[in-house]
Design a protein. Structure first.
Lengths: 146, 123
């Protein structure tokens, strides 16, 4: 029977260590399933909200801009985050990666995203006159960014 | 020497923690811990490979080649999806229908590419 769980010192660092099936945790030959020497992304807060829109007409172009502000429980430092948008016209659609345009679809572009303290501010543009509706979605992690 | 690992009942509450060097595992803030009992990590739940056909030149543009794969579940909150082709270029993009879990991958190059997708579940 292979030892797969170790609580204590390994590689000179105390922690929790779990090896993959069949691999000896004390002398692993593959990546560990759990290795607390390293941080993992740890979710702190998340949200989804429909953003208001404003029509922008400039020269011969008309597009929409959306903006909003979110608040989350402060951590005392600037955390890591990820954000995206969900197009809620004709179902719920998400684009990966965000801001890349591709044939036949119109997803938000030109994001301005700012996080400070316990707030985030976001602005994005929708270059589509049929005016689909978007939700702003964000995940804040406990991991420190700066 | 700081206490770096805690397992068990601490003042009536369960703790399972590992701290970073220099932090006490009993009292460290979240940024000082690499593991704690309430953590919710981003889990890479679904991954797979799929061939995406090449796009078709269309004047100065290209009409994307595309393929749709089913992820086997719908989503109430958008997962994080990474898509890359086997040559490690970002010439592939994707969109996901959250209601039925259909992921459509687009290829903006003329040649077919082998794409790999990773779906990370926040919750």
């Amino acid at each position: 029977m292979t030892n797969r769980l170790r609580i204590g010192h390994l590689f000179g660092q105390p922690g929790f260590y779990i090896s993959q099936p069949g691999d000896d945790v004390n002398a692993p030959t593959q990546a560990l399933a759990l290795d607390t020497r390293y941080e993992t992304m740890d979710i702190h807060h998340y949200g989804r909200r429909r953003y208001n829109r404003q029509v922008i007409s400039s020269l011969n172009t008309t597009f929409f801009t959306s903006f909003g502000e979110e608040e989350f429980p402060a951590l005392g430092y600037e955390p890591m985050y990820m954000f995206t948008t969900v197009r809620v016209s004709d179902g719920n659609w998400v684009r990966y990666p965000l801001g890349i345009y591709s044939t036949g679809t119109a997803f938000p572009q030109n994001f301005i995203f700012e996080l400070r303290g316990n707030r985030i501010w976001t602005t994005f543009e929708i270059l589509n006159t049929s005016a689909p509706v978007y939700d702003f979605v964000y995940v804040i992690f406990k991991n420190r960014w700066v | 020497m700081a206490d770096r690992v805690v397992v068990g009942d601490v003042g009536g509450g369960f703790m399972l923690r590992v701290s970073k060097p220099g932090y006490n595992a009993y009292s460290a803030p979240p940024e000082g811990l690499t593991f704690h009992e309430n953590m919710r990590p981003l889990v890479p739940a679904i991954t797979g490979y799929v061939w995406v056909p090449g796009g078709t030149p269309n004047g100065d543009n290209i009409t994307s080649g595309q393929v749709t794969v089913g992820l086997g579940m719908g989503f109430s909150f958008p997962p994080k999806v990474l898509v890359r082709n086997s040559a490690n270029r970002i010439s592939v993009a994707a969109h996901l229908n959250m209601d039925n879990g259909q992921l459509t991958i687009f290829n903006d190059t003329p040649a077919a590419v082998l794409a790999r997708y990773f779906v990370f579940m926040p919750f």
